[in-house]
Each structure stands twice: as structure tokens, then as C-alpha cells.
Design a binder for this molecule. Structure first.
Ligand code: FES
Length: 151
């Protein structure tokens, strides 16, 4: 089936099966590799994108169901001139990524948090990222990065 998707402000005409997850469309059709495949069942957060500003696990949501709902991926956070987003700068400054596989999802979850709560407490940050897995154990540096970005 054919449908339109708005990703990072640009509208694309997509042809895929009715149940193809958004993650596959992003990575395989559009070449947007920021969102990662981790568990594939909505449990790890590696595939997180924003749907109208709210975190969405793109591995379990059919792309066709998102027509008319603007999506932001990690690639959409940078300014048009390539300047990194404050969260991206903070994650680099705090060396928050080790393998960094989880980091795109962490950054987008943090973006949603900071939009809703510009000055979150440490507990609010930890709660917002509670369902995002980091197998390297970088959680404390990730929390520090979000605190840095919130200043
Ligand atoms: Fe989507 Fe793990 S890959 S939540």
C-alpha cells in the first residue's frame, strides 16, 4: 500500500506492507539509521522516535498507521546547518555513550522529557529513561548529560 509519512519535516510517499513497522521504513527505505533495532518487541527503547513530540517505539508500530502524525528521528534534532542539538552536545561532553547503541533512543526520550519538564529532577530523569536499556551501564553519565542539557 502507498501512504504519506512526514519525517523530520519532510513528507515522503512510502510503499510498504500494511504491517511493516516504522523502524524498517526509516532504516531500509529512507536511510535514517539513527533509530536502532534492539529487541524488536517494544522493550528496550533503542528504536525510539518522537511522534508529535512523544516517545514512540518504532519497532512495534506500523508505519502506515502514522500517516498525518509527524515523526522526529535523531537525524531531525540537528539544526539545518548541522549544528548539534544541546542534548547531542551534552551527551558528547559527558561521554555518555560507550557502545552508544542505546543513545539515539535515550536522546529522544530526553528531548520529550525536557520539552515537558525543562528542569527535571534526577528522579524525573531516571523515571523517564526507566524503560530504556543500556547494556554498557552508562546510566549515570546519561543522567549527567541530560542535567547538563537542561541548564
Ligand atoms: Fe524497539 Fe527494542 S527495538 S523497543
Amino acid at each position: 500500500m502507498a501512504f504519506k509519512l512526514t519525517i523530520n519535516g519532510k513528507t515522503h510517499v512510502i510503499e510498504s506492507e500494511e504491517d511493516t513497522p516504522l523502524l524498517y521504513v526509516l532504516r531500509d527505505e529512507l536511510g535514517l539509521n539513527g533509530a536502532k533495532y534492539g529487541c524488536g518487541v517494544g522493550q528496550c527503547g533503542a528504536c525510539t522516535v518522537l511522534r508529535e513530540g512523544a516517545p514512540l517505539r518504532s519497532c512495534i508500530v506500523p508505519a502506515a498507521s502514522l500517516s498525518g502524525h509527524p515523526i522526529t528521528t535523531l537525524e531531525g534534532l540537528r539544526a539545518p546547518d548541522g549544528t548539534l542539538h544541546a542534548l547531542q552536545k551534552a551527551f558528547l561532553a559527558e561521554q555518555a555513550g560507550q557502545c552508544a547503541y542505546c543513545i539515539p533512543g535515550m536522546i529522544l526520550a530526553a528531548e520529550a522529557l525536557l520539552r515537558a519538564t525543562p528542569q527535571p529532577s534526577e528522579m524525573e530523569i531516571r523515571a523517564a529513561l526507566d524503560s530504556h536499556l543500556c547494556r554498557c551501564g552508562s546510566h549515570n553519565r546519561i543522567v549527567r548529560a541530560i542535567q547538563r542539557a537542561a541548564k
